[in-house]
Design a protein around this ligand. Sequence first.
Ligand SMILES: [Cu+2]
Length: 488
Amino acid sequence: MVSNGTKVVVLPFNSSVEVILQDTSILGAESHPLHLHGFNFFVVGQGFGNFDPKQDTRNFNLVDPIERNTVGVPSGGWVAIRFLADNPGEWWKVDTEAMINQATLTGGGPNISDAFTINGLPGPLYNYTFKLRVKPGKTYMLRLINAALNDELFFSIANHNLIVVEADAVYVKPFKTNIVLIAPGQTTNVLLKTKNHHPNATFLMSARPYATGGATFDNSTTAGILEYNRPFKTNKLTLLKPSLPIFNDTKFAVKFNEKIRSLANSKFPAKVPQRVDRRFLFTVGLGLSPCTNPNNTCQGPNNTMLAASINNVSFVMPKTALLQAHFFNQSRGVYTADFPANPLIKFDYTGKPPANIMVNTATKVVALPYNASVEVVLQDTSIVSPESHPLHLHGFNFFVMGQGFGNFDPSKDPTKFNLVDPAERNTVGVPSGGWVAIRFLADNPGVWFMHCHLEVHTSWGLKMAWVVMDGNRRNQKLPPPPADLPKC
Ligand SMILES: [Cu+2]
């Protein structure tokens, strides 16, 4: 008889792992194609019968084994695989599943990470450092991806400028900077021009968080090394370090984001929606909800649970997929299409918070006609504390029309919108204590999430969904689900 359980193996970062997968003849020998998520592994050996740790390991192929993510365990035999646990973007020393379960139960913030990583490596403090080897007088393109869960990051390379040429897969007007700010969910390509001659130095490339909320955060710095290929060995190389902004430098953040402009030329035009069919004002931020912990001890203020919301609706994940419910016209009991277009209670959003800061919980969406031109002002709130929220929209690129501090003013601020070459992206930081206005054309039928890309805020409910209806033409309709969509 088998025993039941949900058990995991916890691995230290960067551990080298060997697994022998041994078929059994219980109920008959059989080949099992085993698949591993998150890593490729090397198939170092296989055989029939029972694995012999003394004899079989001698025949392991450690030179050119095949690298795969799925391998057949031979019927009545075994296969040996090896892999390196090296791919987190933000690194915890604990079991992250247990950590998030604990945080969800008590309503407190999840543990902060123990380190940040560059290409999976946490840097010199941990003896695992990513090295980028370059030649003098060349131009390199670096693809920067923020793979952290809960932190926007500043990134810089000592004594080198970077030229930003692309953001979220759209060309931008190139601009020079020595520091890049990148939020979870964002990607950006930068050009790195190396020095013309071998410098007598190596250069740290560092990243550390831009953090504006009231909660504790991982205030550590990760580093990799930029190293010039040298024709001969020298030992006297100075190690130069970049200087990064202070952790809550919102001025830098807003200025940096203002520099990002669409290329907007004849070959790569910026198709900025000039008319608006539907206008929305969404407040985004934190809030509180009543303690639901069975023993009634919660870690939010006054024994509450921390929550997050858009227009005070904290999104509850449905049991049935929204897309499925929409396609089959079976939204009843799954979602309602009455997500508020504006805050139901108006207050000084970035000033003194209202007395009652409890959120509502619901699964609400906005239904949009096909091809509607949509404008959304995302307004940060100071409830619990003002904070930068990297908002991410699925299904569309949007244009960043304008941004500012304080409360959005619908009579004055739109006159300053950039209708010519605004940034075209899919993730944008709502300025801490401010607002950002975006526009998109709802020309992609389906159901699309919009959420804060800080994992902790998303799990607290800072998300909503747009239902975009079909158009009249055949190519403007949501295709049906595949025939093998599970029915249960
Ligand atoms: Cu957020």
